[in-house]
Ligand binder design. Structure first.
Ligand code: NAD
Length: 392
């Protein structure tokens, strides 16, 4: 809990303390980043060296993406073209047909291409410093642990895992290997969400009396892994509701003490045979107020509002890759748009380089898995569930 409070304090300090939200683009002090062949592994170190010798990459940490799906392809790989402290050095994929395109697009040597079977050989590859796990949720634990055992620092996508025990095993594996673990919580580096954290934790408009947040979207393809419980761990809560939970914690600077939750109606029994279609929850916060949340795979919304005696502040477009919009009692927020993923990755690379703790460690990922499990437990039992976080 204390570690979490410190993280929030670090997060909030990244923002200037101006009350008026007519920010200029410089945003000093925000800690913004800085935006500034094929075949599987064959040990071809000459190409690998050429890649490292590229002056743009020489001082950067090499990242290998594990899982070349939508997020890796459309967000992370492009973001890695903007990072200053890390670069896209390798890939791990179970789909050989993707390899040529990735190698050509990102000038990647054969030596840095792996599949799920030979992945552990990455231990020998000095060009890869960080493994970034971007697989379906239930696969995160295995690949984070294998990456740690191969001596790599790890970024794991959200949700960290589908069980609390898996989270603990992942944290322990990285600790035992002496490697750092972070979660792909991009919004901890995004100016509008950082502003929510600062306004809430510094009580700029006084104590929070209520929080209301939700994230939902209409899901497409009925065959996708997100709708299969064994791979996803659950429905919209795991996928996007987690952002509302995370935002409740960083806006309040607190972790809920109990929760009561309800599953929403299922209008499509076939599509949502294995997971919830929608749900809502009410957290009791340590200060005594209620933080309301909801999530859905059948409705579109994406917001957070914090209510205080001096007025409300919030984000009407809160959790997307871009397009954030926000307001306070003093007016609308005007903050720069950044590449969130580049900011997140660069921060982690700098943490490794400077031997500094990440603000989005495995413990934070586990905290959110604990909160999500409490929500499910409340739905199944129909009762309020007390929330207890592990020490450390
Ligand atoms: P996706 O379905 O587009 O990609 C999944 C990848 O995993 C594919 O390359 C697929 O081939 C591979 N895979 C390996 N084994 C698989 C299996 N048994 N079933 C299905 N796919 C398998 O998913 P995505 O949207 O890229 O999501 C991947 C991870 O990233 C998830 O954990 C998700 O929550 C997370 N994510 C995070 C963000 C964010 O904003 N931080 C956004 C999107 C996704």
């Amino acid at each position: 809990m204390i570690g979490y409070a410190l993280n929030i304090s670090r997060m909030a300090k990244q923002i200037t303390t101006r009350r008026r939200f007519i920010y200029n683009a410089a945003l000093a002090g925000v800690g913004l980043p800085l935006i500034g062949a094929s075949g599987f592994c064959n040990g071809d170190t000459s190409q690998q060296n050429l890649q490292k010798q590229n002056p743009d990459n020489s001082n950067k940490l090499g990242i290998a993406l594990v899982g070349l799906g939508s997020y890796a392809t459309h967000q992370l790989a492009p973001a890695l073209q903007q990072t200053k402290h890390a670069y896209l050095a390798g890939i791990v994929t179970g789909t050989p047909s993707k390899i040529d395109t990735w190698q050509q697009r990102y000038s990647m040597p054969d030596a840095n291409v792996y599949n799920y079977s030979n992945f552990d050989e990455i231990i020998k590859n000095k060009a890869i410093d960080i493994v970034y796990v971007v697989l379906p949720n239930s696969m995160h634990a295995e690949y984070v642990i294998r990456a740690a055992k191969a001596g790599k620092h790890v970024i794991c996508e959200k949700p960290m895992a589908i069980t609390v025990d898996d989270c603990t095993a992942m944290i322990n594996a990285c600790q035992n290997a002496g490697r750092m673990l972070s979660i792909g919580y991009r919004l901890h580096f995004e100016p509008y969400n950082l502003t929510m954290a600062r306004l809430g934790t510094q009580r700029v408009y006084g104590a929070i009396k209520k929080i209301d947040t939700g994230f939902g979207f209409t899901i497409g393809d009925p065959t996708q892994w997100r709708l299969k419980k064994a791979l996803s761990g659950g429905g919209p809560l795991q996928d996007v509701g987690i952002y509302s939970i995370n935002a409740t914690c960083y806006t309040s600077g607190q972790v809920p003490t109990s929760v009561i939750a309800q599953e929403g109606p299922k209008t499509d029994l076939q599509k949502f045979a294995e997971v919830e279609q929608s749900l809502s929850w009410q957290f009791t916060m340590p200060d005594g107020y209620t933080a309301y949340g909801k999530s859905s795979y059948a409705e579109n919304y994406n917001y957070i509002t914090a209510y205080t005696a001096k007025g409300d502040f919030g984000l009407t477009s809160a959790f997307g890759y871009n397009g954030q919009k926000g307001f306070t009692p003093d007016g609308i927020m005007q903050l720069p748009a950044i590449n969130q993923q580049a900011a997140q990755i660069d921060d982690f690379a700098q943490c490794i380089i400077n031997k500094k703790a990440t603000i989005v460690p495995g413990q934070l990922g586990r905290r959110d898995v604990i909160l999500m499990q409490a929500i499910y437990e409340s739905i199944y039992t129909g009762k309020s569930v007390a929330i207890k976080m592990p020490d450390g």
